[in-house]
Write a protein that binds this ligand. Sequence first.
Ligand code: GSH
Length: 211
Amino acid sequence: MTLTLYAAPMSSATPVVCALAELDLDCETVMLDLQAGEQKRPDYLALNPHGVVPTLLVDGAPLFEALEILQWLGERHGVERGLWPAAGTPERLAALSWTAWAYVSYGGLVGTLNFAQSPHADAALHHPPLAADVLQRLGAALGRLDARLAAQPWLLGADYSLADLIVACVVVYSLYCGVPIEGHAHVRDWLRRFCARPAYAVAWGDAPPML
Ligand SMILES: N[C@@H](CCC(=O)N[C@@H](CS)C(=O)NCC(=O)O)C(=O)O
């Protein structure tokens, strides 16, 4: 099987780079210059019509959306390495649930927060009451994650898995966007353990985690 990843530094592709390092998989990486608009070139749009990274080519066939790439890597390459639960187990259901929660439910709120207050968003879209409401919802969501991690060291139980990688990447990004970690000691400890893994340094270099 040949794998080719289209990526960009410090982007939605970075968790995929991290997962490839965890799995120790051979994969050609093609870095696109997003500022130069390389992601909008016709040859790339033929692979990913949305014109964003990441896209993973699997034997030449494109797979896009970071969450789906990460879940696919887990299913196809993670089970045999002990980094993704086997099909048909309750742990597999938990992995799918928590990773979708991170990208869709929690990540959706982070996206709203960015529109409502980020210096990178159009100031005309800023909305302090909306930002305050979303921050309260994100704090409550982190509280639920904290309760799970109070009961077990990793998201699926005793052992680290790609589910930790997937969810932690979204939570680290949310801290960068201004979500406070205070009051969520178990989440903070879990993030520190995740960020200490060699694969994190492969993907993010020396960029300090917001902990
Ligand atoms: N939901 C997509 C988001 C992908 C995305 O927005 N990627 C950004 C980089 S973080 C991008 O390629 N932006 C370039 C553009 O919008 O032109 C995923 O998770 O794969």
